[in-house]
Design a binder for this molecule. Sequence first.
Ligand SMILES: [Ca+2]
Length: 429
Amino acid sequence: MKKKKNGFAATGILYTILVIFLILMSTLLVTLSSRSRILSKLKSDAKNVSTIVLPTLYNVKNGSATATGAFNSPYYINSIEDLVLLSIDVNNGINYENKNLSLLRDLDFQNNDSYLDSSSKVYGDINGDGVVETIYEELTTSSGFIPIGNSSSAFSGTFNGNRRIIRNLLINRDTPYQGMFGNNEGSIEHLTVHGNIQGIYRVGGISSINAGTIRDCHNQAAIQLKLVANYANNDIAYFGGNVGGIAGQNTGEISNSSNIGSISSVYNPNSNDNGYIGGLVGRSTAGKISDCFNNGEIIGTSTRDTITGGLVGANYETSIVENCYNTNAVTSTTTNAISYSGGIVGLNRASISNTYNIGSILSVGSQNKCLSYNEKTMNNSFYLDNCTLGGEGISKTSEEIKNLTNILGDAFKDDVNQINNGYPVLKWQ
Ligand SMILES: [Ca+2]
């Protein structure tokens, strides 16, 4: 009996050893397969930038190559080269879904110290001028940086800017989807962008188009929408252009964010484009823009309808604008088409609530209003009584608006630090 029992025990031990062995083998295979994926990615990168060195995105994690992209093991962005590699990855369809990236320091495209090696030529002709120059020259001349994401490839990870700033970003192309990010379906947080961005159809400071989340992001870049003559895609020309400080076109969530950059469109008499121009978003058709402010100058001009707003140009469909304010001038100089301009939204066919505008509306045309040309819902919104364009909303004196904090609601607080001339500010400011 005893012997038989021991026999069973021995079989049990052998079985356990076999199971452990199988688990170890499968772990090894998964590791090898993941390693082979990374190597294949590196080879794919190498094809795109000729003779690339090991991408730092995989190397920079406390100096080791062990970052997994998990929340507690993010890929670090510690140089301009890391931004370039991220752009190459996302534009190659590596979307970083469920991966975290963390910006470790302020980066300046015009400062050699922001580069690992600003004289490197291994990244190829990024700025598209036909000549392979140093990475510094590629990113500071001609078309400059290639946005992270494009029409077919979106960024789907989480980018934490850690309240740092990316300075002197240069982008200038006669193609759509221009911005620090070209297409965001993930999450971009705690990031400030400064520089100069120009493009056509969809242009934004943080992201050209946003279907994801943008939170605590701040645009300081000057942004221009170039309206081009006879753009190849008539559908796009018909639907017009979008430009905004945070996103050109939005269907996602934008909160606790601001714009202080100048936002404008460039008049082109041969263009057939509508223009949608906003301090935060050019056109929003879904999602929510909340707890945001604009202090940048907004200038909209086009040959077709021009829709210009302090926060959002066109607010359509199910988009919600709430807890927002504008302090700067909104201008539209369109003469031969309909011009909609407003301190908060140019043309509202969705919902606006808890907002105020103290910026001037300098546009010409019958559709310009102090807050918005409103075709749907506008609640609890106020404008400075020096605006005589009327429209819905409530006219208030300067002193009255300064005392509106409680009426505007929980998102606002008094301007005790005098950062907004005494007018209510947002709680996160
Ligand atoms: Ca070049």
